[in-house]
Design a protein around this ligand. Structure first.
Ligand code: TSJ
Length: 641
């Protein structure tokens, strides 16, 4: 009897806890857009990774099921199923209590990822259904939930046994609740990228991925025995590498530090930080620790070798990192995070430990590998040269800025000054620009036509971009300055438009212009992209005109295929748009400008691997993959707004 009362009480508090999650899901998973959706998977997978870190699991499988649900299974010990002090089976408690850190036995989780463990009950609360199968102690123990509420009947207070087994492990299947999420279709590229990253960070782990949703199922196995060394190799695979990957590890003050890096002949830097296997998109103390030591060490060697003379100024940190791809991965017993997305590692001892380990190991390595050292120093020299020319270009730009504001009258600004409602369309070509100016809602939509040809960004020639009149007009129009290398004039709070929309033809030239603009934003105003202000307009490729019924715009070949199926037997003519210039102003409004009907692709950068790929594509010298990237992302576009 006492037990029963107990159960009721805990189930009530459970409900209240998870009800809060359903009321304010954003508070728990960041957002209910697709980003939040994919996080559900990561929350669950991270638990299995923790089991791996505890030394108890070496295989995880992640399956995107046909019905839209996701299954995560591991070969760990299985979540304990015994009766917990609170009168419920331990496993049920895991899925029905909001536990800070999400772990009911923290001794095991010394290295788990800080804020990221909030999860399994949150995922449960936000799932239309969730089923749990735990194999341990000879049996499969089963449980099930609907929107966070347990629906499985307990047997003598415990989870029902639904079969015998000599295996052990945990299997979770869940379907994100469409009442909560704007979209419930997992984005496979992001899931794969994240799983691949997890495999690099856990060299002893194998992750089997399956996507059973399409007509052709997809299977991928991620196993990366070379760890972060392999990760760096993968990021640099299409670049001209200047030396073998340098790798070292060490520990100091109870913090483990692992570093891999390699320089390439590219004008970019890419330093990724991880704490307890979780990517820190905002960096943090481990990253600053590494950068500080690298800058000092390289400058000291440069003076020692006479590359820098007495009168010369030191290389800046950015100079020293010119061409580097680096991964700094630390394991910390008690990680703290700060920053806008709480992904910036904040522990001062992580910086100290990283500095200690890097200082010792870098000197040990460079003393023995002079050729590599020289190659790295010449990267810094190149960067310093370019930096100086850019500084000049920027000074010129800034001094002329006030007078050059929209000299040639090309920007058709909007009337409203309410930045949250304003949009600016950067339109390829004067004729499309002209139609767009006529078609737009002039209250909220600004139009800036640009001609693509003049804007030819080779890597390392951004000074030319800055000299471009149209780019100057853009910088002025955005109102928030820009930043690169030295100083930081960028202030996103001054941004005059909530959405910056690139509108280019769906052909090679259009893709090129798109790339150039994205490169420009990525390099000089990365916050615009990180904070979700940059979009690519998706004008339709076709207009279908049936002999009877409504005309329809078709945005890609998939849509055309669907339309063909729908119209089977009926006749229609197909008009193909070769470019924006072919549309009259009504068509342009209907298809590309009207917030109710248009399609915009949000430009986003999610995890470390993806960010590196994007950097590679946008900043690298290889043109072909860059084009593919733009096409692919354009093809995957959906209605983001
Ligand atoms: F979090 C979760 F419930 F969603 C979940 C947990 C999801 C998945 C796919 C796996 C897991 C999980 C949990 N895998 N392995 C474990 N291990 C434990 O919970 C566990 C097992 C044994 C012991 C022990 O001390 O004997 C301790 C723990 C934490």
């Amino acid at each position: 009897m006492a037990k029963k009362v107990n159960y009721d009480e805990s189930s009530i508090s459970v409900l209240e806890g998870l009800e809060a999650v359903r009321k304010r899901p954003g508070m728990y998973i960041g957002s209910t857009s697709r980003k939040g959706l994919n996080h559900l998977i990561y929350e669950i997978v991270d638990n299995s990774v923790d089991e791996h870190l505890a030394g108890e699991c070496d295989l995880i499988s992640v399956t995107l099921e046909k019905d839209g649900s996701c299954t995560v299974e591991d070969n760990g010990r299985g979540i304990p199923v015994g009766m917990h002090a609170k009168g419920l089976p331990a496993a049920r408690l895991v899925f029905s209590t909001l536990h800070a850190g999400g772990k009911f036995d923290d001794s095991v989780y010394k290295t788990s990822g800080g804020l990221h463990g909030v999860g399994s009950s949150v995922v449960n609360a936000l799932s239309e259904y969730m089923t749990v199968d735990i194999s341990r102690e000879g049996y499969i123990h089963h449980d099930s939930y609907s929107r966070g509420v347990a629906v499985e009947k307990l047997v003598d207070g415990l989870l029902p046994k639904v079969g015998k087994t000599n295996k052990h492990g945990t299997k979770i299947n869940f379907l994100p609740d469409p009442e909560i999420f704007e979209k419930t279709y997992f984005k496979e590229d992001e899931v794969k990228s994240r799983l691949h990253e997890t495999a690099y960070l856990n060299p002893g782990l194998t992750i089997n991925y399956a996507d059973l949703r399409g007509e052709e199922p997809e299977y991928v196995t991620y196993h990366e025995p070379d760890g972060i060394k392999g990760f760096v190799k993968e990021i640099n695979k299409s670049a001209e590498m200047l030396h073998d990957v340098i790798y070292f590890r060490g520990a100091s003050d109870g913090v483990e530090v692992e570093v891999a890096f390699q320089y390439c002949n590219e004008f970019k830097e890419n330093v990724l930080g991880f704490c307890n296997n979780i990517y820190n998109s905002e960096g943090g103390t481990h990253i600053t620790g590494f950068k500080t030591v690298l800058t000092t060490v390289i400058n000291n060697y440069a003076r020692e070798l006479g590359v820098l003379k007495e009168k010369d100024a030191n290389f800046t940190g950015a100079d020293v990192r010119n061409g580097i791809t680096a991964i700094v991965s630390v394991k910390h017993p008690d990680p703290r995070f700060e920053g806008q997305t709480k992904t910036k590692l904040d522990n001062p001892d992580a910086s100290k430990a990283t500095q200690k380990v890097c200082q010792d190991e870098l000197i040990l390595y460079f003393d023995r590998n002079l050729e590599t050292l020289k190659a790295i120093i010449s990267c810094a020299e190149k960067s310093a040269k370019i930096r100086k020319s850019e500084e000049k270009a920027k000074t010129n730009l800034l001094s002329k800025q006030k007078f050059s504001f929209d000299q040639n009258g090309k920007l058709a600004n909007c009337e409203s000054r309410d930045a949250s409602k304003c949009e600016i369309f950067i339109v390829e070509g004067d004729s499309a620009g002209g139609s767009a100016k006529m078609a737009r809602n002039r209250m909220y939509q600004a139009i800036m036509p640009i001609r693509g040809k003049i804007l030819n960004v080779e890597k390392a020639s951004m000074d030319k971009v800055l000299a471009n009149a149209e780019i100057k007009t853009l910088i002025n129009a955005f109102g928030c300055g820009f930043s690169e290398g030295y100083g930081n004039d960028f202030d996103i709070t001054k941004l005059r438009y909530d959405k910056i929309v690139i509108m280019a033809d769906a052909d090679v030239d259009g893709a090129h212009i798109c790339t150039l603009l994205l490169t420009f934003f990525y390099r000089f105003m990365p916050e615009l992209i990180k904070e979700g202000h940059v979009f690519i307009a998706m004008p339709p490729l076709y207009k279908a005109i049936p002999s009877k019924g409504q005309e329809e715009y078709l945005y890609d070949d998939m849509a055309l295929e669907k339309y063909r199926k729908k119209m089977e037997g009926k006749s229609f003519t197909l008009q193909r748009y070769k470019g924006l210039g072919e549309m009259d102003k009504e068509q342009l409004w209907e298809t590309t400008l009207d917030p109710e009907r248009r399609k915009l692709k949000l430009v986003e950068i999610e995890d470390g691997l993806m960010a590196s790929e994007v950097t590679e594509l946008l900043m690298g010298s290889d043109v072909a993959p860059r084009k593919d990237f733009i096409y692919k992302h354009a093809k995957e576009a959906e209605l983001d707004y």
